[in-house]
Design a protein around this ligand. Sequence first.
Ligand code: IMP
Length: 187
Amino acid sequence: MRKIIFVTGNPHKVREAGDILSHVGITVEQNNCGYPELQEDKLEDIAKFGAKWAADRLNNEVMVDDSGLFIEALGGFPGPYSAYVFDTIGNARILKLMEGETNRRAVFKCVIGYCRPGEEPYLFSGDVVGDIADEMQGTGGFGYDPIFEVGGATFGEMGEDEKNRLSHRYRALLRFAQWLENLDKKT
Ligand code: IMP
C-alpha cells in the first residue's frame, strides 16, 4: 500500500479520498499544517501553490484538494470563492439567490495538487455536472452537498458510496491514481 499525505483541515475530504483511493491500493494520512489558501480566480492556482508550499514545508510528497461550485445562472459564482461564500452566506442564501431561476445547472469541480519537495506540482481535475436543488435535501456529506443534485438526488441524500462513485473528487482522484500507477511502472 502506498501512503500519501493529504494536507487539509477538512475531515470529510480525507474520509472520501481515503475511501476512493483504498480501491486502488493507496492509503491517505491527513496533515493539517494549514497551507495559505490564496484568493485566486482559478482553483488550479490555489492547488498548485498549496501543494508546493506543503511539500517543501513537510519535506514529503503531499496532495491537496481545492474544490468549487460553479453555478451557471450566477456567472460561475461562487467558484473559487466557494469556501468563503459557504462560511458567510451558506446554502440557504444561495437558494434564495436562485429563487425563480429556471436554469439550475451547476458544476462541482475538484483540483488535486500533488507535489514532491523541491519539485513543481502536478494537477488533476475532475468535475460533475448537476443542478441546484429547489430546497436543501438530505443530511449526509458536507458543505454544498444538500443543494447539489445529480440524477435527481442531492449529494446529501446519497450514501457515501454513491457520491464517491460519481463525484468531482472521485474523478480527479482517479486521474491522479492512474498517473501515479504509470509513474511507478516506469521507475
Ligand atoms: P475548499 O476546497 O476547501 O476550498 O472548499 C470550497 C467549499 O466547497 C467549502 O465550503 C467546502 O465545504 C465545499 N466543498 C468542497 N468539496 C465539497 C463536496 O464534495 N461537497 C460539498 N461541498 C464541498
